[in-house]
Structure formats: C-alpha cells, structure tokens
Design a protein around this ligand. Structure first.
Ligand code: TMP
Length: 213
C-alpha cells in the first residue's frame, strides 16, 4: 500500500505520517516512512539546495528538475523496493506537490510537469493521497511556531514566499483533489492532531488485510 500526504506549509502532514506509522506498526504491519524532497542520501543533498533561503535566484525550471531528480532516485531506491517487500509506504509529499507548487502556482508548463512526474516515477501513483487542508494563516502560524521551537533560523525559502503564493498552493491542491476524487481524501487540518489521526485511521481501517503491492 502506497499512501502520500500533501498540503500547504504547516498543515501537520509530517506529524500525521508518523502517527499513522505508529498505529500500523502496533498492528504488526511493516511500514516505511519517507519524504520528498529528501528520501535518499542524494535527495537530502538536493533538499538542502532547494530549501536554502540563500538560493532565492534558483530558476523555476532548475527547481522543477531538482524535484524530478530527487523523485527519480527516491522511487528507484526507496519506494519501489519497500513496496516489493510488502511494506506500507507513507510518503510526506510526492508528485502532487510538483503539480501544485511548480505547475499550478509557479505557472510552469503543466504538460512538462506531467511528463517529468511520469518519467521520474515510471507512472507509480499512490493508492491514497491524504490532503490536509487548512487556511494559510493557520498553516503558516504553525510553521513559524515549529521553526521557533526547533530553534531553526527563521523560515526556509518556501515559507518566505508571499501569502498569495500559499493561497494559490491551497487552491491548487483543492482543485487537484477535486479532479481525482478516487485517490484523494480531504482532511480538515484545522482539527487537533489527535482528532486528525483518528479521522485518517478511520479511512485506513477498511484497508487492513487488503494489502497490495
Ligand atoms: P516540506 O516542508 O513539506 O518538507 O516540503 C518542502 C518544500 O518543498 C515545501 O515548501 C513544498 C516544496 N515542494 C515543491 O515545491 N515541489 C515538490 O515537488 C515537493 C516534493 C516539495
């Protein structure tokens, strides 16, 4: 089973990836949690280039290619092998992030985005994608709080973007989820972490025992 989590900055998806992993592991289900960008050693290096606040001049196309490079390595080295071993793969962001951030919000050629997504993944899509949706103020508020708690230096390159950009990301995700209803499950991310965990698990419970590779 391959499950991805998407949403704007600070929607809480990383926490939910780990909460779901804990629940599944408690049931004896083998789980592999991972993320994009950065699911491999090479991907971590790519991630640091992408998120470095000093790289404001990174061109939109270069950015797109870096996400594709990260994803290609990730699918080959982590996702496909884990699925082949019968693990549940829980991925913090995947192809939809590129469709929305680079395609919808940055306005890059959607055909190119689609071709790169398909090429990098060999057409591998998640069985389920949870979209954690909340207003931009809620998400950015959480992201800022998290950075302070972790004593990170300010915000990364994406969190520094204009509020308008984040609004368009939210809108892009909602449109995308609406156009692929069979794969997306929309979660109200203004809820408390525990509540979100319960709602997400309600969607997972019927799938237990029906693992597919
Ligand atoms: P994260 O903070 O959720 O780990 O994501 C890192 C940033 O990378 C986030 O701002 C969204 C952005 N991103 C893209 O723009 N395109 C992509 O394809 C992915 C995977 C992430």
């Amino acid at each position: 089973m391959f499950i991805s989590f998407e949403g704007i900055e600070g929607c809480g998806k990383t926490t939910q990836v780990h909460r779901l992993a804990r629940r599944l592991e408690a049931l004896g289900i083998p789980v592999r949690t991972t993320r994009e960008p950065g699911g491999t050693a090479i991907g971590e290096e790519i991630r640091s280039v992408l998120l470095d606040a000093r790289n404001q001049h990174l061109s939109p196309l270069a950015e797109l290619f870096l996400y594709a490079a990260d994803r290609s390595q990730h699918v080959q080295d982590v996702i496909r092998p884990a699925l082949a071993e019968g693990k549940w793969v829980l991925c913090d962001r995947y192809v939809d992030a590129t469709t929305v951030y680079q395609g919808y919000s940055r306005g890059l050629d959607m055909h190119l985005v689609r071709v790169l997504n398909e090429t990098a993944t060999g057409g591998l899509l998640p069985d389920i994608t949870f979209l954690l949706d909340c207003p931009v103020e809620v998400g950015l508020g959480r992201a800022l709080h998290r950075n302070r708690e972790m004593a990170l230096e300010g915000q990364d390159r994406f969190e520094l973007e204009q509020k308008q950009f984040h609004e368009s990301v939210r809108e892009g995700y909602l449109k995308l989820s609406d156009s692929e209803k069979e794969r997306f499950i929309l979660i109200d991310a203004t809820r408390a972490e525990e509540e979100m965990e319960t709602v997400i698990f309600k969607h997972i419970r019927p799938l237990l025992g029906h693992q597919k590779k």
